[in-house]
Design a protein around this ligand. Structure first.
Ligand code: HDD
Length: 704
């Protein structure tokens, strides 16, 4: 049998030989420092010289190897989605999906399929900040028994362009301008909006990227979408169209823009840290996989062309059916080996799922493998542990840089008799991937179908579906991003497009830019007038209230009433929140009861933007100190500005006054009104479960 020996897969079997070797290598007590050839090293702090002050010798193989390896540590970063964070986990279906697909990983509710998931921003480089305004990648590799299935999606259900041939254009326009390499870690201004103004198919996704969706609170609180229409194929070869959705069980939540910008400086790793820490603490992120299914015969009735990736199917038209749950429960052992070297590919697909003729998808089927050949140094990257399928690999691929597998035997071609005809081909009954037959006729041409030509009605649907505060944020984002554009002609062209989306949008953005608003001629709805699933605020109302994993900053000084604080803490932690005690300096503060209260963070190393809420416990001396302290007042005011829940014990109300915060304002919970201890905590938790308090009308006057 001309099979290839596959090393054990480190990513699933922790008892494998590779894993044991790896852990031995990492164990400082169990092994000696060696060269790459396994030769034990006796000294690594001085190079080999003639005399202690003499010249170094070429003979120093340890120095040369150490330096050479270091010199070659960097590989090219991804041309897009360079900055990412990832985790291992598993996927489990709720019930068999046999009525729609024969994909084996979707058949048995008892079966857990290992997954590796990488979240990313698109435009910034590897070292850029997490919280910039950008699309987030949501790429899932399912290591199924039938081979790897990669669902390489985003946190936005539509894409900027309809044909992949324009991908290099939009990415060039979005990345730093080529003459001065600015701006870094954000989407470019003049060049990007120039492109948008000339390519109106971008407008629907522009509405999403200008909305709060583009500044998620956490990777754990972000939706994911397969974007394209795929096919599900059942055992009888019946094909149905399918769109994939991921819904986070913690709900979908965002930051506010001022907070996102500040976080980019205070903690550029905000999302990476959040994901890593949540998994370390056992708060495993969970997402529900759902599908919208469209019978092929019904595709024409939808009012949108399913091959157009700039369109979605409103959930009112095709509901999202729950399929199963993804749980992320293990951090990578090594960032480079796993998160950096993982290679997702839209073409990695398993029997029971198939592609469509979406021209964006078709282009992606080429691009991923192509780019990875360069990024990962040749064609053998599928042998890296993180990319290696669980399913056995037998084929005649051979050689190339970095080959691990030793092919066995002499027959490296098909058909052969010298190798007993191995490996054999697999028909459908043996689990072979059989492309779904499709009748295709037509002229060879470069053209866009008529059915792709409406670029405004779904942009309008999205804007109309948002709540008033969400619309306000979107308008502010457009004013900000377009305000940075230096060309008036580009701003004017964009306003002409906005006029075809919504009257409020165009008037408000034009006002912000100091330009006349073109007459609004909004596109008529082509489906439902609004869709609840597009608004995070509307979705929130459908979720059970929860404060699970929310971070609460507790500001304290000497004299704090720690007895009451402990009662509040107990209740909030019981509901899954996390409290961090913040004081002027690290160590402990002396509580009113004489005990030492340990401090988690010193005020200078943290900021309100890193928390979901702030709580001020009582204790006259503690409150008096905080009141006088500008940094503490700023902390509370900034949280208020960002519409976060602010809670104070009864005798800490003075601090609110010092911060000029109305105790009756929405989302301000005060001991005077709510009682103390667990009663106060319950009222605080209720407010916090609201995420933000957009109805706080006076927050803008806060000088934070
Ligand atoms: Fe792409 C990476 C998602 C369109 C070409 N893409 C990449 C990643 C994600 C997406 C999440 C990062 C994967 C990882 O974490 O390693 N891309 C999308 C989505 C698209 C999309 C949801 C539209 C529906 N992409 C798209 C097009 C092309 C590419 C139209 C080219 C024709 N994408 C790439 C790439 C990347 C990539 C250049 C860069 C790094 C990589 O593939 O491995 O091939």
């Amino acid at each position: 049998m001309s099979s290839q020996k596959q090393p054990d897969a480190v990513h699933i079997d922790e008892n494998s030989k590779d894993a044991q070797l790896a852990s031995k290598r990492m164990d400082p007590t169990g092994s000696f420092l060696t060269t790459d050839q396994g030769i034990r090293v006796e000294h690594t702090d001085d190079s080999l010289k003639i005399g202690a002050r003499g010249p170094t010798l070429l003979e120093d193989f340890h120095f040369r190897e150490k330096m050479t390896r270091f010199d070659h540590e960097r590989i090219p970063e991804r041309v897009v989605h360079a900055r990412g964070s990832a985790a291992h986990g598993y996927f489990q279906p709720y019930e068999s999906q046999a009525k729609y697909t024969r994909a084996k990983f979707l058949q048995d509710p008892a079966r857990k399929t290992p997954v590796f998931v990488r979240f990313s921003t698109v435009a910034g480089s590897r070292g850029s900040a997490d919280t910039v305004r950008d699309v987030r990648g949501f790429a899932v590799k399912f290591y199924t028994e039938e081979g790897n299935f990669d669902l390489v999606g985003n946190n936005i259900p539509v894409f900027f362009i309809q044909d992949g041939i324009k991908f290099p254009d939009i990415i060039h326009a979005a990345k730093p301008e080529p003459h001065h390499e600015m701006p870094q870690a954000q989407t470019a201004h003049d060049s990007f909006w120039d492109f948008v103004s000339l390519v109106p198919e971008t407008l629907h996704m522009i509405m999403w990227t200008m909305s709060d969706r583009a500044i998620p609170r956490s990777f754990r609180m972000m939706q994911g979408f397969g974007v394209h229409t795929f096919r599900f194929i059942d055992a009888k070869n019946v094909s149905r169209f399918v769109k994939f959705h991921w819904k986070p069980l913690l709900g979908t939540h965002s930051l506010v823009w001022d907070e996102a910008q500040k976080l980019a400086g205070k903690d550029p790793d905000f999302h990476r840290r959040d994901l890593f820490e949540a998994i370390e603490q056992g708060d495993f992120p969970e997402y529900e996989l759902g599908v919208q299914i469209v019978e092929e015969a019904d595709a024409q009735k939808l009012g949108v062309d399913l091959l157009d990736a700039t369109k979605l199917i409103p959930e009112e038209v095709a509901p999202v059916l729950p399929v199963g749950k993804l749980t992320l429960n293990r951090n990578p052992t090594n960032f480079f080996a796993e998160t950096e070297q993982v290679a997702f590919c839209v073409a990695n697909i398993v029997p029971g799922i198939d592609f469509t003729d979406d021209p964006l998808m078709q282009a992606r089927l080429f691009s991923y493998l192509d780019t990875q050949l360069t990024r990962l140094g040749g064609p053998n990257f599928a042998e890296l542990p993180i990319n290696r399928p669980l399913a056995p690999v037998h084929n005649h691929q051979q050689d190339g840089f970095g080959r691990h597998t030793s092919n066995v035997g002499r027959a490296n071609y098909h058909p052969n008799s010298l190798g007993g005809g191995c490996p054999f081909l697999a028909g459908q009954q043996q689990g072979g991937f059989v492309h779904q037959p499709e009748q295709v006729t037509g002229q060879k041409l470069r053209a866009r179908p008529e059915s792709f030509k409406d670029h405004y009605s779904q942009a309008a649907l999205f804007f109309r579906s948002l709540s008033a505060p969400e619309q306000e944020h979107l308008i502010d984002a457009c004013r900000f991003e377009l305000g940075k554009v230096e060309s008036k002609a580009i701003q004017e062209r964009v306003l002409e497009h906005f006029a075809k989306i919504d009257a409020l949008l165009v008037t408000a953005v034009a006002e912000g830019l100091g330009l006349p608003a073109p007459k609004a001629t909004p596109a008529a709805p082509k489906g439902p007038p609004a869709s609840k699933a597009l608004s995070m605020e509307a979705m929130k109302l459908q979720m059970p209230p929860s404060i699970k994993t929310r971070r609460i900053a507790v500001l304290v000084a000497d004299g704090v009433d720690s007895d009451e604080l402990m009662a509040v803490r107990k209740e909030l932690e019981a509901q899954g929140a996390q409290l961090k005690i913040i004081a002027k300096r690290l160590g402990t503060v002396k509580a009113a009861n004489g005990k030492d209260l340990p401090v988690d963070k010193s005020a200078m190393t943290t900021a309100s933007v890193e928390y979901d809420a702030v709580f001020i416990p009582g204790g006259a001396a503690s409150v008096a100190t905080l009141k006088k302290d500008g940094e503490s007042r700023h902390f509370v005011q900034e949280a208020y500005l960002h519409c976060k829940t602010v809670g104070v014990s009864k005798d800490a109300e003075d601090l609110l006054k010092a911060c000029e915060i109305d105790p009756a304002a929405p989302g301000v919970v005060s001991g005077a009104g709510s009682g103390s201890g667990s009663a106060l905590a319950t009222a605080f938790a209720k407010a916090l479960s609201n995420h933000r308090h957009w109805d706080r009308k006076d927050h803008d006057r806060v000088p934070a």
